[in-house]
Design a protein around this ligand. Structure first.
Ligand SMILES: Cc1cc2nc3c(=O)[nH]c(=O)nc-3n(C[C@H](O)[C@H](O)[C@H](O)COP(=O)(O)OP(=O)(O)OC[C@H]3O[C@@H](n4cnc5c(N)ncnc54)[C@H](O)[C@@H]3O)c2cc1C
Length: 395
């Protein structure tokens, strides 16, 4: 496959598409990104960067740029709201496994901005939604809209990094296996100082409260609070400021006048595409897999997809046969199924336990693991996504 005449076309300038574009551009492989939006979007989405992702970006100043905009989080915890009983995991036990033995809490748009700033001018065409992708014997035709109408470009390879509603996934004809969870989640950011009111908080806290759960994730200047609608509230009702405040007062009366900086409500999914490739067309990131945000693995896993695919495309650009590309789905799809979607599903199920006895049993088990350096290291290798990357090497 010749990657030197027509560019590799990437659909979507989210963190995954931009990671792939940056790696290919660095290796001198021609690349063109089409993005539907007019600029990098800064929605309230990923904030957790895991250690191996920080290791990957530890060149060209990218990890340093993220650290400058984020908050290093050496510990995370699962706790019982009413008793403050908690299992706290300390990532310093991973010091021999990673150069970054911590989670970094930083908005995902900061990664996108850092990558965009390092790409050659013109690599990303904004306001250019891709509407059709057609493969033939020696390439792919990609049609994208623009202010001046629509344009068709020839590509050597097309990679769909175009998120949950991927047009490339449709063109590949992959099934979107899995389903959607019943619950809605409300995400709010606030300056309210939870750390002054709840003792012993970590930077990331998953919390059982009577009959439900909430979580608190700390960014440099804000807390991100995740809640669930009460009773049979509609999404619109649940997202009203008065409803959000009623919920936070229920958690903490002192939060009565909490400011609400941003808010959104969303559904969560557990899905994996039935295949990641058809000929010259590939999928990566949310276009290939969707998971519950509990554990913070979707963007990280998508970046790991992009990294693996970049390695293989760079090999092909260097003269290797097309068959090396078969490794992509073989290595990444099982990780998405078992280590990302499966693990996130288990995290969600554990937090969704409502029986106080079952909750306490979970917590006691987690405290036992957190208190034993060997067990804690095994647990954290998995939850920090290091184990999945190591396992993929052997697939
Ligand atoms: C509330 C929340 C919290 C989360 N927290 C975390 C976390 O802490 N850690 C973590 O790892 N993950 C987390 N995630 C998941 C993470 O946000 C996603 O996995 C990540 O954004 C996926 O990146 P992506 O580049 O694959 O897709 P996206 O970020 O969805 O980007 C896709 C891009 O493609 C563009 N696009 C779509 N269709 C087209 C088209 N036809 N033509 C051109 N462009 C197109 C879109 O405009 C978009 O810019 C969270 C998600 C949510 C909702």
């Amino acid at each position: 496959m010749d990657l030197s005449t027509d560019p590799v076309v990437i659909v979507g300038a989210g963190p995954v598409g931009l990671t792939l574009a940056w790696r290919l551009a660095q290796a001198g492989v021609p690349v063109q990104v089409f993005e539907a939006e007019a600029e990098i979007t800064d929605q309230l989405r990923a904030s957790t960067f895991h250690p191996p992702t920080l290791d990957m970006f530890d060149e060209d100043g990218i990890t340093d740029a993220l650290i400058a905009k984020g908050r290093i989080t050496p510990t995370w915890q699962i706790r019982m709201h009413s008793t403050e009983d908690r299992a706290e995991f300390d990532l310093s036990v991973l010091a021999d496994d990673t150069a970054h033995p911590y989670r970094l809490q930083c908005r995902q748009a900061e990664l996108s901005r850092a990558l965009l700033a390092r790409l050659p001018e013109g690599t990303v065409r904004f306001a250019s939604p891709v509407t059709a992708v057609e493969q033939d014997g020696n390439g792919v035709s990609v049609t994208a809209g623009s202010k001046s109408g629509s344009e068709t470009m020839r590509a050597s390879v097309v990679v769909g990094c175009d998120g949950a509603r991927s047009v490339v996934r449709e063109a590949i004809g992959a099934q979107w296996e899995g389903g959607t969870y019943p619950e809605n989640t409300i995400l709010v950011t606030t300056h309210f100082p939870f750390e002054d009111h709840l003792s012993g908080l970590s930077g990331v806290n998953y919390i059982w409260k009577p009959g439900g759960t909430y979580s608190l994730l700390r960014l440099p200047d804000l807390w991100r609070v995740s809640l669930h609608p009460m009773g049979d509230q509609t999404p619109e009702e649940a997202l009203e400021d008065a409803s959000i405040r009623a919920q936070t007062v229920d958690i903490l009366p002192a939060a009565r006048d909490m400011d609400i900086v941003e808010k959104r409500i969303y559904r969560i999914h557990r899905r994996v595409a039935s295949r990641y490739r058809q000929g010259r067309m590939f999928l990566a990131g949310d276009a290939a897999h969707l998971n519950s945000p509990k554990g913070g693995m979707g963007m990280n896993g998508g970046v790991h997809d992009a990294w693996a695919l970049a390695d293989l495309l760079i090999e092909v650009a260097g003269g290797a046969g097309d068959d090396v590309l078969d490794a992509y789905e073989r290595k990444r799809r099982p990780i998405a199924r078992d280590d990302i979607v499966g693990q996130a599903d288990a995290n969600r199920a554990r937090m969704n336990a409502t029986d106080p006895v079952a909750r306490q049993a979970h917590l006691d088990d987690l405290k036992r693991i957190a208190g034993d350096p060997g067990l804690a290291r095994s647990f954290l290798l998995r939850s920090s996504m290091i184990e999945g990357l190591r396992r993929a090497e052997g697939l």
